[in-house]
Design a protein around this ligand. Sequence first.
Ligand SMILES: [Zn+2]
Length: 223
Amino acid sequence: MRDEHRELRELLGAFALGHLDPPERDRVRAHLDGCASCRAELAELVPLGRRLSAVDPDALDETPTPPPGLGEAVLARIAAEERRVVPLRRRTAVRHRVALGAAVAGVAAAGAVVGWVARPVPDPVPLEPVAVQAVASDVEARADLVPHTWGVEVRLTGTGFDAGEVYRVAVTADDGREVPAGEFLGVGPQPMRCNLNSSVLRADAVAFEVVDAEGDVVARSEF
Ligand SMILES: [Zn+2]
């Protein structure tokens, strides 16, 4: 009887919709005569079955959207719940309010994170540190190379380039060409950082030089 009850109870939905074949239908009917619990369940299912059979499947949206205002309704319910909780013992009320606040903040944060993840994130720049030998006594410098599709970028950091003096940077290619990568003004003892761009591809670049206004090399790096 109990096994039959469990098995037939799962068929009640199909029974209410008239989807059972005649032998199954007869078994359910026979069981319903002796089982008040299943009769009660069926009484709840029948109106639902009637409403379902009245639905025109062609009239349904393929992607159901939540009704407008659902978000506000949920927040209003949370706020109402919060007001209802406040008159309880104070510590409990505070704890509930903190939990509700955290829940609401969590929902907001989840929204923010989704927005953040959806934005395209640029690839981190692959930096290749290279040593720089200072030829001029007060120059201290180091550099990172950044390979690009259009050539190599030299990110030069240093101090001791004479304030106001123009320095030129050239990248040396493996075939011996010296290709200009740009120029910068020295700022003396202040830390200086500048980005210099050369059309020599990283794979073809073997060195760069920093040359002062007189044409003397003040710093050099060989990769
Ligand atoms: Zn039953």
